[in-house]
Design a protein around this ligand. Structure first.
Ligand code: AMP
Ligand code: ZN
Length: 115
């Protein structure tokens, strides 16, 4: 069994505030939110990062993207939101199980990167 923290959340071994689940995807509130809405969406199948995706992940990642839009709307982000996938050392990825951040609830959100 994987010791990966997000694999353990998907298996229910670590508690999470779940907002969505299907065959391929699990979504839950970020434990340290940086916006009023901050949800993480993960493929149930472990993959380290976006840089590790291959053709075998296409179905799950397609489902993840469709689910993310629905989750954002369900969380009240009807006028827009931001999605972020941090990847690798340069991207300051902290948890090496691919996850998409949904950020919203501020109007507007702060700029994406400082210029
Ligand atoms: P990243 O920097 O993109 O790898 O983001 C990792 C995110 O995971 C951070 O926003 C953390 O707050 C979040 N996080 C870490 N552990 C947990 C947990 N147990 N439950 C929910 N979110 C978590
Ligand atoms: Zn994992």
């Amino acid at each position: 069994m994987s010791e990966c923290i997000f694999c353990r959340i998907v298996r229910g071994e670590i508690p999470s505030k779940k907002v969505y689940e299907d065959e391929h995807v699990y979504a839950f509130h970020d434990i340290n939110p940086v916006a009023p809405v901050h949800v993480l969406v993960v493929p149930k199948q472990h993959v380290d990062s976006m840089a590790h995706l291959t053709a075998e992940h296409e179905v799950a990642m397609g489902r993840l993207m469709v689910a993310a839009g629905q989750i954002a709307r369900d969380q009240g982000c009807t006028d827009g939101f931001r999605t972020i996938i941090n990847t690798g050392r340069v991207g300051l990825q902290e948890v090496y199980h691919l996850h998409l951040h949904i950020l919203g609830g501020a109007d507007p959100l702060p700029p994406m990167l400082k210029r």
